[in-house]
Design a protein around this ligand. Structure first.
Ligand SMILES: N[C@@H](CCC(=O)N[C@@H](CS)C(=O)NCC(=O)O)C(=O)O
Length: 280
């Protein structure tokens, strides 16, 4: 599995790098970004935080806007930031921002024209960590976080694979995609009309079914324009209470859905993951 280096920059005594590689699960070239903290230059292996971005993003939004690298350098954590979907001329797409390229929803599509390439669940859970652990000085300790569609990805992937992650966190996650317009549209397209197929990718329904007790932290802006119609944290929190799973939920007064919000709270999320990675 060869990697092609796309770019490399020095940052907080570590390195921000971008790579391209041919992915088996998505059957196309994929690009990801990685921040390697200074400890790796001293030959030390470090744990990894996987960050899943939201609709319309690539691997570059978080790398350039969240400001996470300073604290990652201090804590000695690598940051791995994949793209949000397969891409390319041979990959199906849709004119809307919330379907197709840039909107992979971290699932394995079963429907035409999506199923050949839209297999982001397999890519994130298996293929990418295997690649990262084979090529970089990292341990097998992993944490997972994300924003909006990526918050949905972090929650569902973490809940379904608790043995693979120490902790889950999310900013403004789509908590109950089976019951919101973004989720209903994407799941109908990628998974078909049978709603029982959708349940395997819905954090609220998964928490109810699996009751996984991994540490979970969620931050949500009170002025997020998507909060009421799309994100539905109240559905997840009600289930968490019912199944007695503790969720560290913070409603952040006055913040919206943007990377200004993420950059304000990313330090708290990195320290949360670091504490659980240390204990693992
Ligand atoms: N109305 C927005 C919806 C998409 C959106 O807000 N995307 C969020 C994630 S759900 C994002 O992170 N955008 C990229 C950025 O802010 O850098 C658009 O059309 O771009």
């Amino acid at each position: 599995m060869p990697l092609t280096l796309v770019s490399s920059q020095r940052l907080f005594e570590g390195w921000q790098k971008r790579y391209r590689h041919q992915a088996q699960s998505t059957a196309c070239d994929m690009t990801f970004s990685i921040y390697l903290p200074p400890q790796t230059a001293q030959g030390k292996k470090v744990p990894v935080l996987y960050w899943l971005s939201g609709l319309t993003c690539s691997d570059e939004n978080f790398s350039t806007k969240a400001g996470a690298q300073r604290v990652a350098a201090e804590l000695g954590m690598a940051l791995v930031i994949p793209d949000t979907s397969p891409r390319g001329d041979a990959v199906a797409d849709d004119a809307a921002y919330d379907l197709g390229q840039g909107a992979g929803f971290y699932l394995n599509a079963t429907q035409e024209p999506w199923r050949a390439h839209f297999r982001m669940y397999d890519y994130i859970v298996r293929e990418l960590p295997e690649l990262i652990e084979a090529h970089f000085p990292v341990t097998e300790q992993r944490a997972i976080s994300g924003h909006s569609m990526g918050g949905h990805g972090a929650l569902t992937i973490g809940l379904k694979n608790p043995e693979r992650y120490t902790s889950i966190s999310a900013f403004s996650p789509i908590c109950n995609p089976c019951s919101c317009p973004w989720g209903e549209k994407a799941f109908a397209a990628y998974l078909g009309e049978a709603r029982q197929e959708w349940e395997q990718y819905d954090a609220t329904l998964l928490l109810e079914k699996l009751g996984v007790a991994l540490p979970i932290k969620i931050s949500q802006g009170s002025e997020d324009s998507f909060l009421k119609e799309q994100l539905k944290p109240e559905a997840l929190l009600a289930v968490a209470k019912r199944v007695e799973v503790e969720v560290d939920y913070q409603l952040c007064e006055g913040y919206d859905h943007s990377y200004y919000f993420i950059s304000t709270y990313i330090e708290a999320h990195l320290r949360f993951h670091h504490q659980h990675l240390l204990a693992s």
